[in-house]
Each structure stands twice: as structure tokens, then as C-alpha cells.
Design a protein around this ligand. Structure first.
Ligand code: PMP
Length: 447
């Protein structure tokens, strides 16, 4: 091929679209649609809550891209810190007895900001690796404690925990599991009620169950909040039966819900916590599993050989340096509190939309995570035969707002998670665009 494949100025985008179709297999995509249309949007720049496409059109990034760009786009400070770190020490390993300053400092900083008792971090490159690590770690832990039969992992039916083999196996949302054939053994799902969990323990026997995993607020499943005391009761059951509790904070960590970590909203401290996304606000690929001092001390005491688990990029120095700067920005700019205050503003906006539109059922949210249910009948919550959410998403996109529609397993839900830097003006703009988008779809569908 004769085109300059690396050029970034004076780009002929029609060529890039063809190259995309031919050479780029997109994650979580419709392969047929991509072959027909090519990429719908190619983004070239980001600034604050906005992304810009090849035509120079701006969009509010209403899902913080993938719930991760917490501090917003275009932060030069992060460019500077990565350049400095790469120039000084672009990479070195943390395997065995080697270490480096960014990973050490980040692990210590994480211990400072996470709930009391969670003090030690194993680094990964993202959420899926974090959860797979957590699953292997809890089984390893029980093995060291002389209970190798304690290996079952229990998760919730609307959960999402990633796409690695263990993470997919733990994901309650069936379409993600149906993508492939055989999955990892010893994963089980319960509905979000205590009775089913208790019945499961009675049936299987606590001596076979290693851990329970849950997102504090289910994100990909449609922003589902638990009943207020749900986690306190689940944690009490876990303690009673010696089952470890893993909080999947991949979305809810680093300020998303209006507290630093989602579990703080529910007054519990997990035994392990998976993080990723907001740890770097997406400026580098990084995740981690944070373990309690109790688990760490037991590992120190009982370890009988090497800890045979590690990724090449466990504690990548540049990613760790970026994470440290990202956390500094979250703290300096008070973004955890802004998430709480602007989250209330966003929810008020949703409530206003609910009054304006017949097709809006329940609205909900916590911090800057929110959802709007689309219904045919507000009183009965009956759904339309065909989901409306994708049509609303595409009307919003035309008007400069990116958000997601959830249609798995009968849902018809709009979900939102704008960057934590959003202000009242940004929220109003989102609500106004949604008002028009929902109105347009409603009118078109009722003629
Ligand atoms: N857990 C949760 C709760 C998530 O939302 C995600 C990603 N959306 C993951 C795990 C997987 O993270 P990653 O895509 O970084 O592997």
C-alpha cells in the first residue's frame, strides 16, 4: 500500500475508514455493521468533558468514554509526567525482588485513600486482569490456609466483571458468556437478594465457597443500585461463613459515586478490591487488586514458595506515575465532592425529564452514575416491544452527546457517567440534548 500509514496531519479520512474496515477488529462491536459503514466517528482530540471528531464537531463525553476519564480530557500535566517518567525510566520490572519508585509510591498512596484495612496492592493492566487476579488469589489464599476445596466464586446475575476467562465466567450478564463456549469452572450466579445467596450457601456448603464478588453499583448491567442495607447484610453473611468479599470497584472507584470508593456509600470494607479505569482516568492502562492487611499477613505467614502470578506490566512505571498525578488532580480539584454535587444536579435533571416525557419510567443515580428507564406505561413499567434506547442514543449523538443504551436481557435503559469535572452548565447541556432526543424519538414512534 502506498499511503503514509502513520501520518497524523492532512489526513485523508476516507482512506483511514477503509484501513479500519480491513485491519481493525473492534472490541464489543457489530462486525457486519463495521464492514458496511466503517467507524461511525473517529475522534481526534479531547478537552475537558468534550471529544472532537474529524469534522471538528464536539460531543459531551457522557460516559467518560468507558466510565474512566474521570478528570476529563486533554490534561497536559499528564503528558508532562509521562514524558518525564519515560525519559527517566520507561520500563523496568517489578517481578521478584525488583521495584521502582512510581509503583512503591502509588501502592502507598492507594493504602492511604482506600478504606481502613486495605493496605496492599497487586498491580495489573486493567479491570479484567484485576478480577482474574482476585479469583486466583482467593483460591491460593484458601489453599494456603489448608482449605483447597474452598474455590467457588459467586457473583450476581446483572454483574459485569470483564472479559478475561475468569472475569467472563464471573460476569452475570449472559450475552458476554454466550460469546464463547467453555468457560472457567466453579463460577455461580445469584440474584440480588439475600435469600438466594443464603440458599446457595446451604446447598453448596460454605466449605466449598471461596468468595462473593459484586460491583457496589452495577454499571454495564444498567446502573443498578442495591437496597441500602444489602451489602451490610451480604458482608455479615460472608463473615459468618468465612467467604471472602471482593468489591469490583473498576467503575465505582476514584470518585465516581461521590465518595472515593463505592463501598463507602454502603458502610462496608471488603476483603479485596479490584480497581482500574479511574485510577489513571484512562491516560494509561493500569489496574490493581487491593487486599486487606489480614489477607496480606496470612500470605506472609503461610506462603510456602513463590507467588506464581504476575503480568509483565504489573506496576508499569509510566502508568503508575500517571496514576499518582491523576490522584493528585482528583484531590486538588475536589472531584470526589464535585461528583456528589453534580450527581445530584444530574438526577434532578432526570427527574425533570421524567415529568416532561411519558416514556420515562424510573430514574436513578448516585454521584455521576445515572440511568433512565424507557417504558411504554409509567404506571405498570411495561416496556415497548422494540427498545427505544438505541434510537435515543443516536438522536443524542447527532446533537453532540455521547451516552449508552442498555438493551441486554429485556432492558431499555439509558446510562450516563460524565467526567467528574462536569459543572452545572455541562449538566444542563446534557439534559437539554436529552430532552430534544427523547422528544424526537417519542414523536417519531407515536406517528
Ligand atoms: N469490572 C467492571 C465493574 C467493569 O465495569 C469493567 C469494564 N467495564 C471491568 C471489570 C473490566 O475492565 P477492563 O475492561 O479494564 O478489563
Amino acid at each position: 500500500m502506498s499511503e503514509n500509514l502513520t501520518a497524523t496531519t492532512d489526513v485523508d479520512w476516507t482512506i483511514l475508514v477503509e484501513l479500519d474496515k480491513k485491519h481493525f477488529l473492534h472490541p464489543t462491536s457489530s462486525i457486519k455493521e463495521q464492514q458496511k459503514e466503517g467507524p461511525a466517528l473517529i475522534f481526534t482530540e479531547g478537552n475537558g468533558i468534550y471529544l472532537k471528531d474529524t469534522d471538528g464537531k464536539e460531543y459531551i463525553d457522557g460516559l467518560s468514554s468507558l466510565w474512566n476519564v474521570n478528570i476529563g480530557h486533554g490534561r497536559e500535566e499528564l503528558g508532562k509526567v509521562s514524558m518525564e517518567q519515560i525519559s527517566k525510566l520507561g520500563f523496568s520490572s517489578t517481578f521478584a525482588t525488583f521495584s521502582h519508585e512510581p509503583a512503591i509510591r502509588l501502592a502507598a498512596k492507594i493504602a492511604e485513600i482506600t478504606p481502613e484495612g486495605l493496605n496492599t496492592t497487586f498491580f495489573t493492566s486493567g479491570g479484567s486482569e484485576s478480577n482474574d487476579t482476585a479469583f486466583k488469589l482467593v483460591r491460593h489464599y484458601w489453599k494456603l490456609r489448608g482449605k483447597p476445596e474452598k474455590k467457588k466464586i459467586v457473583s450476581r446475575r446483572k454483574s459485569y466483571h470483564g472479559v478475561a476467562m475468569g472475569a467472563t465466567s464471573a460476569t452475570g450478564l449472559k450475552p458476554f458468556r454466550d460469546f464463547t463456549t467453555s468457560l472457567a469452572p466453579d463460577f455461580y450466579y445469584v440474584d440480588s437478594n439475600l435469600e438466594e445467596f443464603k440458599a446457595f450457601i446451604q446447598k453448596e456448603g460454605a466449605e466449598t465457597i471461596a468468595a462473593f464478588i459484586s460491583e457496589p453499583i452495577q454499571g454495564t448491567g444498567g446502573v443498578h443500585l442495591p437496597p441500602q442495607d444489602y451489602f451490610k447484610e451480604i458482608k455479615a453473611i460472608c463473615e459468618q461463613y468465612n467467604i471472602l468479599f471482593i468489591a469490583d470497584e473498576v467503575i465505582t472507584g476514584f470518585g465516581r459515586t461521590g465518595t472515593y470508593f463505592g463501598v463507602e456509600q454502603f458502610g462496608i470494607v471488603p476483603d479485596l478490591m479490584s480497581v482500574a479505569k479511574g485510577i489513571t482516568s484512562g491516560y494509561a492502562a493500569l489496574g490493581g487488586v487491593i487486599i486487606s492487611s489480614k489477607i496480606h499477613n496470612d500470605l506472609i505467614e503461610l506462603s510456602d514458595g513463590l507467588f506464581m502470578h504476575g503480568y509483565t506490566y504489573s506496576g508499569h512505571p509510566t502508568a503508575c506515575a500517571i496514576a499518582l498525578k491523576n490522584i493528585e488532580i482528583i484531590e486538588r480539584e475536589g472531584l470526589v465532592n464535585n461528583s456528589k454535587v453534580m450527581g445530584e444536579e444530574m438526577l434532578d435533571g432526570f427527574k425533570w425529564l421524567q415529568q416532561e416525557h411519558e416514556i420515562i419510567g424510573e430514574v436513578r443515580g448516585l454521584g455521576l452514575m445515572g440511568a433512565i428507564e424507557i417504558v411504554k406505561d409509567k404506571k405498570t413499567n411495561e416496556r415497548f416491544n422494540e427498545p427505544f434506547a438505541p434510537k435515543i442514543v443516536s438522536e443524542s449523538l447527532k446533537r453532540g452527546l455521547i451516552h449508552r443504551g442498555v438493551v441486554y436481557e429485556g432492558a431499555d435503559t439509558l446510562i450516563f457517567a460524565p467526567p467528574l469535572i462536569i459543572d452545572k452548565y455541562g449538566i444542563n447541556k446534557m439534559i437539554n440534548i436529552l430532552n430534544e432526543a427523547i422528544g424526537t424519538v417519542n414523536r417519531e414512534c407515536s406517528v
